[in-house]
Structures are given as structure tokens and as C-alpha cells.
Design a protein around this ligand. Sequence first.
Ligand code: PAF
Length: 281
Amino acid sequence: MKTITSINQLRGELAAARAEGKTVGLVPTMGALHQGHASLVRRSVSENDVTVVSIFLNPTQFNDKSDLERYPRTLEADCALLEQCGAQIAFAPSVAEVYPEPDTRQFSYPPTDAVMEGARRPGHFNGVCQVVSKLFSYVEPDRAYFGEKDFQQIAVIRRMVDDFGFKLQIVPCPVVREESGLAMSSRNTLLTPEEHRAAAHIYHVLEWSLSFAKDHTVDETQQFVVDCINAHPQLEVEYYSIVDADSLADVHAWDEAAAIVGCITVYCGTKPIRLIDHIHY
Ligand code: PAF
């Protein structure tokens, strides 16, 4: 595996691969890789001739600078994991390489980027679109792989891909969970063992809500989830939204023909750590 930090070198490597007719898969990451990322990389390796994994802690998507400061940085371990997964290129540029000048572009895809995370983290999806559009233009991948854990992020990126006319396929990959049910996340390493156990409660409640929803309304189900999670002393729900899986608009009644998803954000512990998850009804 090659580790590349320059955009020009990356472009050169990929031009040579494409000249040989090779396909390219991109897995964008912010590092602190875990088995969830590994599953995306393995999928890309199985579907493309060349897999590029970007490792770039993108400052423009952090509206909370303390979140950026404490985000785990584990480049050496990340590269070792990528080698094991069979990636060909780790692309780990500096902030100055990606943003030689401040990126002033504004992306706006309401309602998709305006609800839930968009409403609570102003500028977050704008930063995601800035960096992902840059990565797409450097790599020009045939396929780009994203974890479904960030359910809303995929919906926003799809809108951006349509807007820019990027010729690539977005491949959403299922959430990978720890044995306890907790969705894998780089932020999990910031939890104490006790908080870790508490955080597992989030997905258990989401699962219970599937049977609860069978004989209760959307509003009652929403309240059930919030109450059950808030009953745990280490957890506090920021929001639980039950939405249409495509538009992300709020849903007010169950509809068997519609794809409906419940998206949650929970604060865990005293620091506190912000965790997200979702479930399909
Ligand atoms: O999901 C992430 O890790 C990030 O938002 C992404 C897509 C790598 C952009 O920085």
C-alpha cells in the first residue's frame, strides 16, 4: 500500500491506473479507523481494481472546535488496518494541501441538510460537501463507499452528487455493531468502560421500539424511545426523529408502503460524547 500526501501525486497514480483500464473505489474517512471502516474498505477492494482510502480530519465540518480537538488521531494504526484490508492507496493530505485557501463555497440542499444534524450542527453538512466534492474531484472514483451509520450524510451527499453531476455510484454500507449492539464509531474510544456499557442501551431501545410501534402511533413511539433512553442516568437524547428515508421529512403516521427510519442523537457521559444511530421501521 502506498501512503500519499500530495494531490498531484495521487492524481498521477490514478491516471496511470485508469490508463490500464482499472476501476477506482474511494472510501472517505477521518481516520481513527475501526471495523466499520474496514467493512467499507473490504467491500471496495472486492468491487474495484484500486481502492483509495482518504484519511483527513476535515476541520470545516466541525462546528464544535472542542469536538475536533479531542477527535482521536491514529494514523499509524489506520495504515496498518488498511494494509490488512488490501487497500492500494492511503491518501492522508495536510489541511494546507486540501485548503490552500479557505473554501467559501456554500452548499444548500433543503430539507435534507436542514433537519436533524443539519439543524443542530450549523455548517456541518456544508463542510462535509466541501471536502467530499474535493475528494471526488481528485480521485474521480467509479464508486464511493459510505457507512449507513451516518444516514443523513449519505442523503446529503447524494443530493450533492446530483447537483454536480459527478459520474460515480454511491455505495451505502450497513452499520457494523459491537457485540453489545452499539454502532461502531471513532468516538466510542472516548467513552469510559461504564459509558460504553450505557451507550449499548441506545440500540436496545431502538430495537424494542420496533415491537412497540406495532400498536402505537408515531408520536407515541417517538416518546417511548426518548423516555426509555433518558431514564438511563448516563444518557440524554438530543433528538429522536421518525422520518421518510428518502426526503428525511418528518412522518406523522405509519405507512407500510413507505421506507421509514428513526434517527437518534444521544449525549453519553459527563464529557459528554455525542453518539448517533438509526433504525428502519
Ligand atoms: O463520515 C465521515 O467520516 C466524514 O464526514 C467524511 C465523509 C469522511 C467527510 O469528512
